[in-house]
Write a new protein. Structure first.
Length: 318
């Protein structure tokens, strides 16, 4: 039995998992990223988390064959340097070299959405697909593209930034500097903004009551929850969100024509309340009109484990 170790580095949490060669996570560990914090301290915490995951799995360190890291930003897979990750304040950080020296194992690195895409193709909703796209709807919108079984990363590993495809010329300001990016509308952050705009326009909406019950915090669930209870303003906000997301996904499908497009991230937890109207929104916009030849749009099945499994087996997608 072979064992591999995946690390999922986020702005809030560091997660590590030991994965066996049947893609089962047999040991886990978790720690706070603790930002703002020097990069060396974050990498030390990653190394510590890796060791604890091996302990949790009951696996000797010598049994770990390889380590993979998925993280936000632009990760140069050749040099092992994270060239830029704004929410981690990483700029030209030699993650691979640092971890290899500390952990004495070969280390692969990639963008976290890439890792999630690999995970879903190996063991999740896109299992067996040669061509697939994974879109993660979290704080931002991440993208991972698999072509002929291999990760597509583009020039200098800066490709597959699907969240920064423009869908509204001169639209909302995006954190990348552009206006009108898919991320500004279809991320959880974008959904929250749409929800707040709907609440401001409808002071009698149930969304205000749900927000008060949530300590005054509007979340990505607020509009969906109120819509389920028949609130018209909330339903309009959900419809707007799904329409904007669907517009972006139709663009992706028309360009890449993958076998499967997988939707993951926190917003995907809405399940069929998201997927059913989303598919209905996307289908009429597709260039390929024959239903049985169209891309399947599915929800991710691995949840937060996709990034861990994908990171652990990055070398299989190269």
């Amino acid at each position: 039995m072979g064992y591999y170790l995946g690390i999922d580095l986020g702005g809030t949490n560091i997660k590590a998992g030991v994965v066996d060669d049947e893609f089962r996570i047999v040991g886990r560990a978790k720690a706070k990223t603790g930002m703002p914090r020097p990069a060396e301290e974050v990498m030390d915490a990653m190394a510590e988390c890796a060791g604890k995951a091996a302990e949790d799995a009951g696996v000797f360190w010598e049994q770990i064959e390889r380590i993979g890291v998925g993280m936000p930003g632009t990760a140069n897979e050749d040099t092992g340097v994270v060239e830029y990750a704004n929410n981690l304040m990483f700029e030209n950080v030699p993650v691979r070299a640092y971890l290899q020296e500390k952990l004495h194992k070969e280390v692969d690195i990639t963008n976290d959405a890439n890792a999630a895409a690999v995970g879903e193709v190996l063991a999740g909703a896109a299992k067996g697909a040669s061509n697939a796209v994974a879109v993660t709807l979290g704080t931002g919108v991440g993208g991972g593209i698999i072509i002929d079984g291999r990760l597509f990363t583009g020039l200098h590993y800066g490709g597959a930034e699907l969240g920064h495809m423009g869908i509204v010329m001169g639209g909302r300001q995006c954190t990348c500097g552009r206006r009108g990016c898919l991320e500004a509308y279809a991320s959880a952050t974008g959904l929250i903004r749409t929800t707040k705009e709907a609440m401001d326009a409808h002071p009698d909406s149930l969304m205000w009551k749900l927000t008060a019950e949530n300590g005054g915090r509007v979340s990505g669930r607020t509009a969906f929850q109120a819509a389920k209870q028949g609130d018209a303003a909330a339903q309009a906000a959900v419809d707007t969100f799904i329409g904007q997301l669907g517009y972006g996904l139709a663009n992706i499908i028309n360009i890449l024509a993958p076998e499967v497009l997988v939707i993951g991230g926190g917003v995907s937890n809405e399940g069929e309340n998201l997927l059913r109207p989303l598919v209905e929104s996307v289908r009429p916009q597709l260039y390929v009109r024959v239903p049985e030849k169209q891309t399947r749009i599915v929800l991710a099945t691995l949840g937060n484990d996709a990034g861990l499994i994908g990171a652990a087996f990055l070398n299989r997608a190269r």
